[in-house]
Design a protein around this ligand. Structure first.
Ligand code: HEM
Length: 503
């Protein structure tokens, strides 16, 4: 029995009785929905009455949906309750959605658990591409992700890398969970850029990681991505039958309290005549100078942590796992770093010039895109894609995981072969639709330059400083590479390593 099926069976009896009571209403909606949208919609597995295809999705939807695409074609439709979902699984289908029809297909479907009074302030989950979304995106690009901003962040990055290395030096001979260390490094890098302060500790002495900020962030995200009756049957969303929206709001408020004092302190400084030196200003100062309210600041910080930390961490962890498994590629990266860099901590420009390291990162993103469906899009208006009709308000996924493993697109798609990117024009900047781990079009990831810099510098510093050994003399070539679908696509078995001195 899949987790999803178990979940549907186990949900409270209250929900079940409500379902029975509202069955006639359901049938009416479903009939209306199918009557309205089945005309010329993309093919897909036949939906069951009421639940549609919910029971066929399983715990690894990127895999189950790829299998449907093999049977029904590169553009398929699935019925999730009353919600129509269209999934693109080929470069040409992705191009039509993200380029040809970018304007009408750039909405987002906000999970009901994230629908609160502050929804109009969202960036990642912004339902539309209105004025607030535009100005916030522009501010982020200029102040956080532009070449000038990245240059200004070099000191912070160097410092966070040095802290990571020193933590690992103190852990020699101990088994370390790589994801935890990279997560803290990434989190503190972003929190320093945003708030000018660390918010997490490497050493989890006070349960900060488990019960504090990190734990709460994961809980908020898990609730937001859990199967929710309100998302499958939006006409009951106001009732919040599983209490996910209420629970989520409570956790978000707890999360915001972690940086409340910092915001107040900086606001007071700006309101007084104490003007900080330009180089001491953090992103928070920019938001305050632009008149952002506390709610707007809280949501912006939350979304940047959510969008930026787990994606970068999972890419780094997968890259390390692939390099451990592929000894030859690992030696080539080591050699390249030895010749091209002159310091052990590598945050600067040099690392972007390491073509083999960068080919390894691209190959990792091809095989293990952290956001396998991109972030769900929504159709503002009805439109035609590949001669099929996409009705208004349809949810749209792009299965970049399936595109990255398609044998019609890639030679030996399941092998880790960084060489395929050497001397190739293929890039992840949203122009080559066979390789779009950061998405494309107007909702494409604005954090790409920062995320890539982080993966490059963390990986390079770990390779330059340590020898990596698997616990219990495990054979690296037999490393478990199974995936777990969740907030991001993670390694099912977290990568654990012993970091030793280089010989
Ligand atoms: C390896 C690292 C990363 C990957 C693979 C990644 C991937 C993605 C993807 C696939 C999307 C959705 C694009 C679409 O819908 O077309 C996205 C959106 C976004 N990402 Fe990233 N991301 C990464 C790092 C970052 C970082 C470091 C930040 C910021 C600190 C960030 C901020 C955002 C934001 C704000 C959005 C929403 C854009 C919008 O809806 O307008 N990302 N990212």
């Amino acid at each position: 029995m899949t987790k999803l099926t178990r979940f549907l069976i186990m949900e409270s009896s209250l929900a079940a009785s409500l379902f029975l009571l509202t069955t006639p209403l359901f049938l009416f909606f479903i009939f209306k929905q199918r009557f309205r949208s089945s005309k010329n919609r993309p093919p897909g597995p036949p939906p069951w009455p009421i639940i549609g295809n919910i029971h066929q999705i399983g715990t690894n939807p990127h895999v189950s949906i790829s299998i449907f695409a093999q049977e029904y074609g590169p553009l398929i439709s699935l019925q999730l309750g009353t919600q129509l979902l269209v999934v693109a699984s080929s470069p040409s289908a992705a191009l039509e959605i993200l380029k040809t029809h970018d304007r009408v297909l750039s909405g987002r479907a906000i999970p009901n658990a994230f629908e609160h009074s502050f929804s109009p302030f969202y960036l990642v989950w912004s339902a539309g591409c209105g004025e607030h979304w535009k100005s916030l995106r522009t501010l982020c690009r200029t102040e956080m992700f532009s070449p000038k901003a990245l240059e200004a962040q070099l000191k912070i990055r160097d410092e966070k890398l040095a802290q990571m290395v020193s933590f690992l030096q103190g852990k020699k001979l101990e088994v370390v969970n790589v994801g935890d260390v990279v997560f803290t490094t990434m989190f503190n890098t972003i929190s320093n850029v945003f708030f000018g302060k660390d918010l997490l500790e490497f050493e989890d002495k006070h349960g900060i990681t488990a019960g504090g900020l990190k734990g709460k962030l994961f809980k908020a995200l898990e609730d937001g991505t859990r199967p929710n009756i309100s998302d499958f049957y939006p006409f009951v969303r106001k009732l919040d039958l599983q209490g996910l929206r209420r629970g989520n709001l409570k956790i978000l408020k707890e999360i915001f309290s972690f940086w409340e004092d910092i915001v107040e302190e900086r606001r007071a400084r700006i309101n007084s005549s104490l003007v900080a030196e330009e180089e001491d200003k953090c992103f928070l100062d920019r938001l305050l100078e632009n008149g952002f309210s506390n709610d707007q600041i809280n949501i912006c910080a939350l979304e940047l942590f959510i969008a930026g930390v787990d994606t970068t961490t999972s890419t780094t962890e997968w890259a390390m796992a692939e390099l451990l498994k592929n000894k030859e590629a690992f030696s080539k990266v080591q050699e390249e770093l030895k010749h091209k860099t002159n310091s052990k901590i590598v945050a600067g420009l040099q690392v972007s010039e390491c073509s083999y390291l960068n080919a390894c990162i691209k190959e990792t993103l091809r095989l293990h895109p952290p956001v396998p469906f991109l972030i769900p899009r929504r159709a503002f208006e009805a439109c035609e894609v590949m001669n099929y009709t996409i009705p208004r308000n349809t949810q749209i996924f792009i299965n970049v995981w399936a595109i990255g493993r398609d044998p019609e697109v890639w030679e030996e798609p399941l092998s880790f072969r960084p060489e395929r990117f050497l001397g190739s024009h293929l890039d992840f900047k949203g122009q080559d639709f066979e390789f779009i781990p950061f998405g494309a079009g107007r909702r494409m990831c604005p954090g790409l330059p920062s995320g890539i810099k982080s993966v490059q510098s963390i990986l390079a510093s770990l390779i330059n400083q340590f020898r990596w050994v698997l616990p219990n003399d495990e054979d690296p070539s037999k490393l478990d590479m199974n995936e777990k679908f969740g907030v991001t696509l993670q390694k099912k078995k977290p990568l654990q390593l012993i970091f030793k001195d280089l010989e």
